[in-house]
Design a protein around this ligand. Structure first.
Ligand code: CUA
Length: 326
């Protein structure tokens, strides 16, 4: 999975509204381009008028009042006001119509995802008519290319805002209120999204990845996510599972197929398959995971996870176990 992260890091366009990868983002980009082009033309005209006024030859004495000239000047000013009004009105109309196009109701066959904002991470849930087939993950949304994805947005604490600029605009996650948006990725890739509403201490470290993949590989991913966690096959990982279940970990996290079922923190059933930890803060490597478990406050001060003073042997076993959770 570090290949996924490398793709994000090496592709600077993975977080840019100017590199649209879906229909809605293209609408927003079109709106921006038309405003940008208009602004350049207006700027050049204003600068030209300013330079003309500054450098035109002046007569030595005040010219005699010329009613024809006055009338001409009045017409020029009226025309400028008229053109400005038309330009602003055109902006207003194109802005409203772009907004409507972006927020149009998605089709019936759209994939439904529930994204819940927490301070400071994202819970992602794929529901199904059979509850056993629900998939819960964190800080990573997988979607198939070329299909609409309807996202229901919720929050458990404060207002957050979901913003994947390559795919669509922002939408707030408001406690006690359901909001929604939809997007579609037209090409495979990893796109970065982030919280776009100040939500406290670690707002800046509240990112998530949108992984757009071919329909087949998305289906494989979803099937694999439905599995319960890997069962320890050797003494080291068994010990690791014991450490997990007997320490503070199990009080906040769940791992499907074990007694750990708390939903306070991210679901860790398939943790090792994710590219980052701590909501896009660090690449998901053994060293980073160890640092995070021992002292999360050093990496993300204010995060809800407390430090865990584990015996080194226990920590090694725990890491070995977590790395099996693919
Ligand atoms: Cu969540 Cu800012």
């Amino acid at each position: 999975m570090s290949a996924v992260l490398q793709a994000v890091l090496q592709f600077p366009g993975a977080h840019s509204a100017l590199k649209p990868a879906g229909p809605q983002a293209r609408i927003a980009e079109g709106l921006w381009n038309s405003m940008y082009a208009t602004a350049i033309v207006v700027f050049l005209l204003v600068m030209a008028a300013l330079l003309w006024a500054a450098f035109r030859r002046r007569r030595a004495e005040e010219p005699a009042p010329d009613p024809a000239r006055e009338r001409r000047m009045r017409r020029v000013v009226a025309a400028a006001v008229g053109i400005t009004t038309i330009v602003l009105f055109t902006f207003l109309v194109s802005d409203i119509s772009a907004g409507r196009a972006v927020t149009a109701t998605p089709g019936k066959d759209a994939i439904q995802i529930i994204v819940t904002g927490h301070q400071w991470w994202w819970e992602v849930q794929y529901r199904d008519s059979v509850p056993q087939r629900w998939v819960t993950t964190a800080n990573e949304i997988h979607v198939p290319v070329g299909r609409q994805v309807a996202v229901e947005l919720r929050s458990t604490d404060v207002i957050h805002s979901f913003w994947p600029p390559n795919l669509t605009g922002k939408r707030d996650l408001i406690p006690g209120n359901e909001n929604s948006l939809w997007f579609q990725a037209d090409s495979a890739g990893v796109y970065r999204a982030e919280c776009a509403e100040y939500c406290g201490h670690e707002h800046a470290k509240m990112a998530l990845l949108v992984v757009a993949q071919s329909p087949d590989s998305f289906a494989r991913w979803l099937t694999q996510q439905r599995d319960t966690a890997h069962t320890p096959a050797d003494s080291l990982t068994s010990r690791g599972q014991e450490v997990f279940l007997s320490s503070a970990c199990a009080m906040c996290h769940s791992i499907a197929g074990t007694p750990a079922g708390s939903r306070v923190g991210p679901d860790l059933t398939h943790l090792a398959g994710r590219a980052t930890i701590a909501a896009g803060t660090l690449p998901n490597t053994r060293g980073n995971l160890a640092g995070w478990i021992v002292d999360p406050q050093r990496i993300k001060p204010g995060a809800r996870m407390p430090p865990n003073q584990l015996d080194p042997a226990d920590l090694r076993a725990l890491l070995a176990y977590l790395e099996t959770l693919r």
